[in-house]
Design a protein around this ligand. Sequence first.
Ligand SMILES: CC(C)(COP(=O)(O)OP(=O)(O)OC[C@H]1O[C@@H](n2cnc3c(N)ncnc32)[C@H](O)[C@@H]1OP(=O)(O)O)[C@@H](O)C(=O)NCCC(=O)NCCS
Length: 186
Amino acid sequence: MLLFPPEVPRRFLIDPAAYRREPLDRNAIVVRPVGPEQYAELGRLVADIYVNEGYALRSQRGWLEDVAMRATQGQIFVALDRNRILGSAMLAKPPSPLAELSGPGEGDVRLVTVARFARGQGVGAKLMAAVIDAARADGLKALVLWTQASMESAQRLYERLGFVRHPVLDRATNVRTFLGYRLELD
Ligand SMILES: CC(C)(COP(=O)(O)OP(=O)(O)OC[C@H]1O[C@@H](n2cnc3c(N)ncnc32)[C@H](O)[C@@H]1OP(=O)(O)O)[C@@H](O)C(=O)NCCC(=O)NCCS
């Protein structure tokens, strides 16, 4: 039985501690490509955030956990604090099936995720910088992405980095509104 509609943050109701922020040692934060030894932990983090915060359905949990599969379809970066995973972001380019929004010469930014305890300390910005650097190194001319209307912190992050709204990509379902954003890399 579905106890709460998908967009209600169930985890807040179950475990308020999950929302507590923990100060990070900025000098210890590194961003690097994900390694196979991190697939399971990262999969749990991404799935927990997307499902528990209401950005995805519980039926999508298996796909969200499957980092091994996604690693074959693009570049996945993780932010680490010593040996702990703080967050992740992915770059996918055509012909990857995960490059759903990209045209030729473009890349999709996917699944930008930071653990709640680590938010508000620049981890998301560091992950996005890694994705943008990788896209430039790959010769891509633009990055495109979807963000959900409820992801307000993400929208501010993208706009700070120069992404602009790209309404031609917008899409709505009966439970979610997806907003398109685009960053020119020239
Ligand atoms: C969106 C998300 C990835 C941002 O991650 P983050 O690590 O918190 O991002 P940053 O720390 O770079 O920026 C977030 C906020 O912290 C602030 N911040 C960054 N560094 C800071 C610092 N040193 N001191 C104080 N505040 C700081 C930023 O100004 C920003 O504030 P704002 O939200 O009011 O605009 C994270 O909130 C998340 O995982 N959300 C759920 C999933 C999601 O929405 N994903 C987006 C998919 S499209």
